[in-house]
Design a protein around this ligand. Structure first.
Ligand code: AMP
Length: 138
């Protein structure tokens, strides 16, 4: 696991605009927001991608995420928002330390823009794929 800018923020080596902290989680304003109120929610555990995160840190994030979403909505007055978590460079992850974005969507110009290249699902292939995924859950 390489050291990252979020590791430095968690250790207090570089500053951030903190909005929340507990034993396992830190949340702060994104330095280049897509909209006012864009917050990053970061586990203190230095996992690169979500699949590598411990159940304990995942639970700590899950416990606080809805509360932080409510706070962002209350503070910005913007009711609509996206929660985004990128894993891997090809999936737009720039900082290799797990982080959830809370991104207010005030209008069609600001906030997250999403490409959604949906396609069809073939019945038998879907059933087989669902079985493979279910069987891979550790
Ligand atoms: P991602 O593409 O999901 O890895 O997102 C990384 C995010 O981290 C981007 O939205 C950046 O603007 C944000 N970011 C990078 N450095 C900092 C920093 N020092 N403080 C706050 N946010 C940062």
């Amino acid at each position: 696991m390489t050291d990252t800018v979020f590791g430095k923020i968690i250790r207090g080596e570089i500053p951030c605009n903190k909005v929340y902290e507990d034993e396992k989680v830190l949340a702060f304003l994104d330095i280049n927001p897509l909209a006012e109120g864009h917050v990053l929610v970061v586990p203190k555990e230095a996992a690169e991608t979500l699949d590598l995160l411990s159940d304990e840190s995942a639970a700590a994030i899950g416990r606080v995420l809805p509360r932080l979403c409510r706070a962002v909505v209350a503070a910005t007055g913007v009711k609509e928002y996206n929660v985004l978590e990128n894993n891997g460079q090809g999936a737009h992850q720039a900082v290799p330390h797990v982080h959830f974005h809370i991104i207010p969507k005030p209008n069609s110009r600001e906030g997250l823009g999403i490409g959604w290249p949906a396609r069809g699902l073939e019945r038998e292939a879907a059933a087989s794929l669902a079985r493979r995924i279910a069987g891979a859950i550790a």
